[in-house]
Design a protein around this ligand. Structure first.
Ligand SMILES: Nc1ncnc2c1ncn2[C@@H]1O[C@H](COP(=O)(O)OP(=O)(O)O)[C@@H](O)[C@H]1O
Ligand SMILES: [Mg+2]
Length: 226
């Protein structure tokens, strides 16, 4: 595939991705709100005040859940509000903090860069941020992991971002063959994004505890960065 057709596919994938996230979270919660409202109306009809109050309490927390899900989706779609001159580390740390705030598996962050790498482009930074973000979402959603390792390293040629978990793992080849409406847009996007900036993305079984390891390799250009 040429870069252009790959980017067009990635655009379509992003739309599928948003549609699927809306479907998986918000749409289901809102549908349940409707059903819950119906139950409340019936209880009111029957004059069952005690039970009605109980159900209203449940309804209230469901509305709160819907609101949280929508706000989280909006903030996840946006580029994080980090200062204009911020570097990669702040973005990666932002993805990690978001994960922690939502109470997922225990996360270890290993930054093996001696210092912030200068001259990374906005595209490179955002690509790595999106890769970290989606990988962490996937771990929360699918992996049943206890531990996560996020590792940043670089040599003269490349920057390496690894996100590994000790969860259930998955068959990458089978995911790639999924029909378009059955998921897989997230992983496809990661790959397309890495390719778009000349990098690669490798998904493999985790080495020690099973699980999944995702390695993004991003070339740093011909000029040495140090
Ligand atoms: N870290 C992971 N651990 C276990 N399974 C995973 C992990 N990441 C992705 N998967 C599997 O790969 C599938 C595709 O992921 P993705 O493309 O992000 O789609 P979605 O998250 O919308 O299902 C997931 O449905 C899940 O089965
Ligand atoms: Mg996903």
């Amino acid at each position: 595939m040429t870069i252009n057709s790959e980017l067009l596919t990635a655009l379509e994938n992003e739309r599928r991705y948003v549609a699927r996230e809306l479907h998986d979270n918000v749409a289901q919660t809102v549908q349940q709100l409707g059903l819950h409202g119906g139950i409340c109306r019936k209880l009111a009809d029957l004059g069952e005040v005690e039970k009605l109050l109980e159900q209203l309490e449940g309804l209230e927390s469901r509305i709160q859940l819907a609101s949280t899900q929508i706000r989280e989706m909006i903030s996840d779609l946006r580029k994080p509000l980090i200062g204009r001159s911020s570097g990669l580390l702040e973005y990666i740390e932002y993805a990690i903090e978001t994960h922690k705030a939502r109470e997922g598996a225990n996360i270890t962050y290993r930054n093996r860069l001696d210092e912030e790498i200068p001259n990374l482009s906005v595209e490179q930074i955002l690509t790595l941020y999106r890769i970290a973000q989606e990988s962490l979402f996937n771990i929360r959603k699918h992996a049943k992991a206890k531990n996560i390792l996020v590792d940043l390293a670089a040599d003269e040629k490349n920057l390496y971002l690894t996100i590994a978990d000790d969860g259930i793992g998955f068959d990458v080849a089978a995911i790639k063959e999924r029909p378009p409406d059955k998921g897989g847009a997230g992983v496809a996007n990661l790959q397309a994004r890495a390719h778009a900036i000349g990098g690669t993305l490798l998904i493999s079984k985790g080495t020690t505890a099973g699980g999944t390891a995702i390695l993004a390799t991003i070339p740093l250009g011909d000029q040495p960065w140090w």
